[in-house]
Design a protein around this ligand. Structure first.
Ligand code: ZN
Length: 464
C-alpha cells in the first residue's frame, strides 16, 4: 500500500506557512528544514538522484520468488543531511511501498512518479546522519532507456538479472540513483533452495533453511547505484582466488555455461593486464556473470562483477568492462555528461589489448575509428540527448581524444597521467573539466587545440 502524508505531516506543512508569517515552532527541535530537491539537475536526467543528503551505506534485504516474480525488500539507507531537511526524496521505479521509518520512527511517505517523498516526524539538521528504512514489494519492472535498450530488472529463463546504466537500478531498490552519490552496500538475497543469487563484491555468508537460500554480498568500496547488480537463477557459480589472493566469483546461466567457461577462467589474467597499465585494482573482489543473449542487450561493468550476454562475452568486451573498474567504477562520472570519460578509456583499453594480443596497432584502431562517419555525429563531451549517451562518438571518439593526448604528451607522460588520474580520484567522482585540467597540469602543456578539435569540436578535424 502507498502511504499518504499523515495528518500530522499535513499539520507541519500548515505550520511552515504560519512560520513564515509569525514564527511558530518548527517540528524538529529548533531545526527548520526545507524539502530536499527531487533531483540533482543532471543535464540528461534532471530528476535522477535527490538533493539534501548524501548516502553512506545501503543495506538491502531482498527476497525473490521466481514463480510469482515478486520481490519483497527492505532498504536501509544511511545518509548524512547536507541541509536542514523537512522532507527528502528517494528514487524508486514501480514497486509498492509498505512503510517508511526514519531513525526508527514511522515517517510519512508518498509517491510521485519515480520519486518516493519521505517526510520524517522531526526535521533533520544539516550534518546529521540518519537512517531510513523502506519496506517495499512488487514485481520489479524493466525500464526502457532513451536508446530503447531494456534494463532495470530483466527475467531470464529461470531467474532474473538486474542491471541499470544509466537509470535502471531504481527498479529494484529505493535510493539516490545518481552516480555522484556513491555508497557502500550490503546486499542480502533470499531465493528458493536450488537457485543461486550473485551480486557485487565479496560473499560474506550463505545459508539454507526451510527451503530458502540466503546469500550476503558486501561492497566495501563506494559504488554508484547504476553499477549494482543481482543475478538469480540456476547459476553455475565458481569461487576461487587470483594469484594476488583476490576472491574471484563467476556465474553463468546453465544455457550459456559451455560457451562461457573458457573465457570466465581467464578473468584474473585480464585483471592483471589492466592493473599493469592502469595501476592497483580498486576493489576487493572480481569475477563476471554471463547470461543468455535474448535477455540483455548490453554488457555492463557492474562493480567488481561485470555482466555479459553470451554473444558479447569476448576478449575485447571483457577488457572493456574490466577497464571500467578503474574508469567509471572507481573514478565515476560527476554527471552523465562525463560519460565519455568512462567509455573513452574503456574503448582505449580495447585498442591497447588489440595491439598486445592481436598485433593490431593502436594507430590502426585510431585510423579505423577516424574513418567511420558514425563517430562524427556529435562531440563526445556533449551528447545531444539521453538517447546518445552510449552512441559511437562517446566510445570511439572518446578513445580518439585519449590517443591525441598521447601523441601530444608522449607515451611516458601519457601512461603516468592514466595511472595518476585513476589514483587521484580513486573511489570518487570527476568531471571532464577536471580531466582536461589534470592532463594539462601533469604534462605542463596547453592542450586547447586537442580539446577543441577532438573533444568539443562539431566537425571531423584533418587526419593527423
Ligand atoms: Zn563501456
Amino acid at each position: 500500500m502507498d502511504l499518504r502524508f499523515s495528518s500530522r505531516a499535513a499539520a507541519v506543512v500548515v505550520c511552515a506557512v504560519v512560520v513564515a508569517a509569525a514564527g511558530c515552532t518548527p517540528a524538529g527541535g529548533g531545526v527548520r528544514g526545507q524539502p530536499g530537491a527531487a533531483g540533482l539537475r543532471d543535464p540528461y536526467f534532471p530528476k535522477l538522484g535527490n538533493g539534501g543528503y548524501d548516502v553512506g551505506h545501503y543495506a538491502l534485504t531482498l527476497d525473490w520468488d521466481p514463480a510469482s516474480g515478486r520481490l519483497t525488500g527492505s532498504a536501509e539507507v544511511t545518509a548524512r543531511a547536507t541541509q536542514d531537511l523537512s522532507a527528502f526524496h528517494l528514487d524508486l521505479h514501480g514497486m509498492t511501498v509498505g512503510s517508511v521509518t526514519v531513525d526508527g520512527r514511522a515517517a510519512a511517505a508518498n509517491r510521485a512518479g519515480d520519486e518516493l517523498v519521505v517526510r520524517p516526524r522531526r526535521d533533520i539538521a544539516e550534518g546529521t546522519v540518519f537512517r531510513t528504512v523502506v519496506r517495499y514489494a512488487g514485481v520489479p519492472r524493466a525500464v526502457t532507456d532513451a536508446d530503447s535498450s531494456r534494463e532495470g530488472w530483466l527475467r531470464t529463463p529461470g531467474g532474473a538479472i538486474a542491471v541499470g546504466e544509466p537509470a535502471g537500478s531504481a527498479a529494484w531498490f529505493p535510493g539516490n540513483h545518481h552516480p555522484s552519490d556513491k555508497a557502500t552496500y550490503d546486499i542480502t538475497v533470499t531465493v528458493p533452495e536450488g537457485l543461486r543469487a550473485v551480486s557485487n563484491g565479496v560473499r560474506t555468508g550463505e545459508h539454507t533453511a526451510g527451503g530458502r537460500t540466503t546469500s550476503v554480498w558486501r561492497s566495501a568500496e563506494p559504488m554508484a547505484a547504476y553499477l549494482a547488480t543481482l543475478a538469480v537463477g540456476d547459476l553455475r557459480v565458481t569461487s576461487s582466488r587470483a594469484e594476488s589472493g583476490l576472491p574471484v566469483v563467476t556465474a553463468a546461466d546453465p544455457a550459456v555455461e559451455a560457451g562461457a567457461s573458457r573465457l570466465l577462467r581467464r578473468v584474473p589474467e585480464f585483471l592483471a593486464w589492466c592493473a599493469e597499465r592502469f595501476g592497483p585494482y580498486p576493489f576487493s573482489s572480481t569475477g563476471a556473470v554471463v547470461v543468455p543473449d535474448d535477455r540483455l542487450g548490453y554488457a555492463l561493468e557492474t562493480q567488481s562483477r561485470p555482466v555479459f550476454p553470451l554473444g558479447q562475452f569476448d576478449e575485447a568486451t571483457l577488457v572493456h568492462e574490466m577497464a571500467h573498474q578503474w574508469f567509471g567504477n572507481s573514478v565515476s562520472p560527476e554527471s552523465w555528461r562525463d560519460i565519455w570519460l568512462n567509455e573513452g578509456f574503456a574503448t582505449y583499453a580495447e585498442w591497447l589489448w588489440h595491439e598486445d594480443a592481436d598485433g593490431v596497432s593502436v594507430a590502426e584502431s585510431f585510423r579505423e575509428a577516424y574513418a567511420s562517419d558514425a563517430n562524427w555525429a556529435f562531440p563526445p563531451a556533449d551528447p545531444p540527448g539521453p538517447a546518445d549517451l552510449f552512441g559511437p562518438p562517446v566510445y570511439e571518439r572518446g578513445a580518439m581524444v585519449l590517443h591525441r593526448v598521447r601523441a601530444a604528451v608522449g607515451d611516458e607522460t601519457f601512461f603516468r597521467i592514466v595511472r595518476g588520474w585513476a589514483a587521484e580520484h580513486r573511489h570518487g567522482n570527476a568531471s571532464t573539466a577536471q580531466f582536461t585540467a589534470y592532463v594539462e597540469e601533469k604534462s605542463g602543456r596547453d592542450l586547447d587545440a586537442v580539446w577543441d578539435a577532438w573533444l568539443y569540436g562539431g566537425t571531423r578535424p584533418p587526419l593527423p
